[in-house]
Ligand binder design. Structure first.
Ligand code: ZN
Length: 290
């Protein structure tokens, strides 16, 4: 009689849990991502079959479909590029959507609206903001391209690096104490990290956006004296980001047509966006770019 030992005991349920990702499955499943990935798996399986590698072909098909079922997608960063492909294809966008997109209500009992920027309530047009920022020497134009002036850019990045080290609690507290128009800010976490601005019910500001805008606000407070202009300027700064202020991932271009953005009507063109593929949050929306 030997004693039974079970060194390799696998709990199938835990394994399934570990593999599955709720952000892109179930209610949140993004159909552009799913369809695109299934198509790619099918193509690869057919290719292997044509090369008479039936076993490999079968394996690719089974594993591919299982991963897409569990995780929502197989090819890394699909949520960042699938919406662009769909936007550029003749397939109507509404085929892929029901009424709600991801994260419109991150939890069932609290419905927070997503806020694009600290400057959401400031009514200053883009032209005025850019005019004032370049008059103050914050923005420079060279070969018809806009740049942040060197000193401003350095100060902004240094402050973003500091704020990225802050816990979400500290970031919320700093935001609340720095901006006079924010009377309340608190951390909020679902499948991403947010700062809730205000209360009843409050608006969600993505953590990387909060870091970028708070740093910009502090840097702008020196050259600018107009509070409204300073707040409006924080939003403009985000278009100069090329990496995520929180995790340093290189930002990828996407569009608001699908999973990383909101839903648009069939006659509207999607806006171009800059998205952090790691934080899965939108860092900038180029509005009216089409
Ligand atoms: Zn990030």
């Amino acid at each position: 009689m030997s004693q039974l030992s079970t060194p390799c005991e696998v709990e199938p349920i835990d394994l399934l849990d570990a593999l599955s990702d709720e952000s892109y499955t179930g209610e949140n499943r993004c159909w552009p991502c799913t369809v695109l990935n299934l198509g790619l798996v099918g193509l690869l399986a057919l290719f292997l079959r044509a090369r008479e590698r039936s076993l490999a072909s079968l394996l690719v098909a089974v594993v591919g479909v299982a991963v897409i079922y569990l995780r929502g997608y197989l090819v890394p960063y699909t949520p960042a590029f699938a919406p662009r492909l769909v936007a550029g294809s003749p397939i109507p966008d509404e085929w892929f959507h029901r009424a709600s997109a991801h994260r419109e209500s991150p939890s069932e009992d609290v419905t927070h609206e997503e806020s694009e920027s600290l400057a959401d309530d400031v009514e200053l047009d883009g032209e005025t903001v850019f005019g004032e920022l370049s008059a103050a020497g914050v923005i420079e134009v060279e070969d018809e391209q806009l740049f942040l002036s060197e000193g401003v850019d350095t100060a902004w990045h240094e402050r973003m690096d500091e704020l990225a080290e802050h816990s979400l609690e500290d970031l919320s507290a700093t935001l609340q104490s720095s901006l006079p128009q924010i009377d309340h800010a608190e951390p909020y976490v679902d499948d991403a990290e947010w700062v809730v601005l205000g209360s009843d019910p409050g608006e969600l500001l993505a953590r990387p956006v909060a870091v970028a805008e708070l740093a910009a606000y502090e840097v702008l407070s020196e050259p600018l004296t107009d509070e409204r202009l300073t707040v409006a300027g924080t939003e403009a700064f985000r278009m100069f980001l090329d990496s995520c202020p929180v995790c340093n991932s290189e930002l990828v271009e996407s569009s608001t047509v699908s999973c990383c953005g909101g839903h648009l009507g069939p006659r509207q063109d999607p806006d171009e966006t800059l998205v952090c593929p790691t934080c899965e949050q939108r860092l900038y929306t180029f509005e009216g770019a089409n």
